[in-house]
Design a protein around this ligand. Structure first.
Ligand SMILES: [Zn+2]
Length: 114
């Protein structure tokens, strides 16, 4: 299965995971259904970090490991995503969580588990 589908499946699972464990968000959702749309945009939008592929040549190479090759996928940038989890705004936290999930999936692809 192409990695992009796996990313999308795990993004859906992450949204479900967040809804199970974030009671406040669930309560907001009962009042305003747009909360789910906003959360979905944030989680699916985390795949925007793949924009750093545009700096590479070729843009996409299935045999290349993106971790440490692309700037936003590098270990040097990892503290930004981890520290982003400390933000008070939960959507920033969930964005960073989704990015870390994205990087983990990319890494699993690198070591051949996906
Ligand atoms: Zn990626």
């Amino acid at each position: 299965m192409p990695l992009i589908y796996i990313h999308l499946i795990f993004d859906v699972l992450l949204i479900g995971f967040i809804f199970v464990f974030d009671k406040e968000l669930r309560n907001q959702f009962l009042k305003n259904k747009l909360v789910l749309l906003w959360l979905s945009l944030v989680v699916f939008g985390s795949n925007i970090i793949d924009i750093d592929h545009l700096l590479a040549n070729p843009i996409y190479d299935p045999n290349r490991c993106g971790i440490n090759f692309h700037p936003l996928h590098s270990w040097y940038f990892m503290p930004v995503w981890v520290l982003g989890m400390l933000f008070r705004n939960k959507y920033i936290r969930y964005f960073c969580l989704a990015v870390l999930l994205h990087l983990w999936l990319d890494y699993m692809g690198c070591i051949g588990l996906l």
